[in-house]
Write a protein that binds this ligand. Structure first.
Ligand SMILES: Nc1ncnc2c1ncn2[C@@H]1O[C@H](COP(=O)(O)OP(=O)(O)OP(=O)(O)O)[C@@H](O)[C@H]1O
Ligand SMILES: [Mg+2]
Length: 338
């Protein structure tokens, strides 16, 4: 997906600046800290799509929830259209409405006892919109997501998975959002249905000038959808650049390994750069570079110095000691974002 806005320097719609989030959990009788998101910075241009990829547990959904204000951040700042948002507590209503999220499971996101029309109308009623306007809005968004107006009287169990996800998209759209965060929004769907929903999302982006954050563990789908991509590893962004650039020339050893693990049509694999081993526990992330325990190029420096996410090439940011731009100016030994 490409858009002119994505290529030019305009005010980003969303800026996430050095945001961190930990969770305190109980492990038996002990308390422990999960370092879910550690010092993440990303920005998204209006009418463009930022893809976010990374293994399960790397913090994608936590980052999404921080962006939506569903979790308070421990540190850092989030700005929407240049406006800094409070780190905790209530956000301005207009901002809440302009940021919508579509989740993975299209069924659990809908109230089974509410008709489709009621589900879409409810947040509009809360807004205080009048009944005639709500009726028109519901009809319009159902049409825009490719569902006949009759579906307003249907219930979620009467719909297929793909239709239910269309309803979830319609519900987000009804709020007239500027930013839509799609967290594994097509992951639960069959391939053919997935393609239809991806095409729908593209059409809606053009029609409504939407900005997307598209989260998925499916690298092919992210490449198809995104203008830029951020690669996350253990709560941090390790590389971010234009989507085609990432897929042609990944710079970070983790991105290289991740992309090498995409199955090819002929079943051939590119074994030498594959990432092996388990992701370390976010309860105890490695010092220095968090990827060093699985990195084939790791040196002593990687254990003691946190690499800085910085421009290795124009528009191509990477956090890895293989690149001079990532050398820290100070010499901290703690993990980034703690
Ligand atoms: N509410 C929570 N309480 C405690 N730990 C949490 C909570 N939410 C997430 N975590 C932990 O934070 C880390 C990041 O989780 P997150 O769900 O953000 O990852 P993810 O990248 O979205 O994974 P997946 O691809 O499986 O959806 C994980 O270790 C997870 O167990
Ligand atoms: Mg997730």
């Amino acid at each position: 997906m490409t858009s002119a806005a994505a290529e030019t320097e305009v005010q980003p719609l969303l800026e996430v600046d050095n945001v961190s989030k930990t969770f305190d959990i109980k492990l038996g009788l002990k308390r422990a800290t999960v370092y879910a998101v550690g010092g993440v910075s990303i920005s998204v241009q209006p009418s463009s799509t930022l893809g976010i990829v990374g293994e399960s547990g790397c913090g994608k959904s936590t980052l999404a929830r921080l962006i939506l204000g569903l979790y308070p951040a421990d540190r850092g700042e989030i700005r929407f259209a240049g406006q800094p948002l409070p780190r905790r507590g209530k956000r301005p209503r207009a901002v809440v409405e302009q940021m919508q999220m579509v989740f993975q499971d299209p069924y659990s996101a809908l109230n089974p006892r509410a008709s489709i029309g009621q589900s879409i109308a409810f947040p509009l009623q809360v807004q205080g919109m009048d009944r005639a306007e709500i009726r028109d809005r519901v009809a319009r968004v159902l049409h825009d997501v490719g569902l006949h107006g009759n579906y307003a009287t249907h219930y979620p169990h009467q719909l297929s998975g793909g239709q239910r996800q269309r309803v979830n998209i319609a519900r987000a759209l009804a709020m007239a959002p500027r930013l839509v965060v799609l967290d594994e929004a097509v992951s639960a769907l069959d391939k053919s249905i997935q393609a239809q929903i991806l095409n729908l999302l593209e059409d809606l982006q053009r029609a409504y000038q939407l900005t997307y954050i598209f989260i998925s563990h499916d690298l092919n789908v992210v490449e198809y959808m995104s203008n830029r991509v951020a690669v996350m590893y253990l709560g941090q962004v390790v590389e971010t650049c234009a989507a085609d650039e990432l897929y042609q020339r990944p710079l970070h050893p983790y991105s290289q390994g991740l992309l090498a693990s995409i199955p090819t049509l002929d079943g051939a694999s590119t074994e030498p750069t594959r990432v092996t081993g388990e992701m370390p526990s976010p309860l105890n992330p490695p010092s220095g570079c968090r990827f060093r325990t699985r990195c084939p190029f790791a040196t002593d420096t990687c254990a003691t110095h946190v690499p800085v996410l910085a421009e290795a090439e124009p528009g191509h940011l990477v956090a890895c000691h293989l690149y001079p731009s990532s050398q820290p100016t100070t010499t901290p030994t703690t993990t980034q974002g703690e």
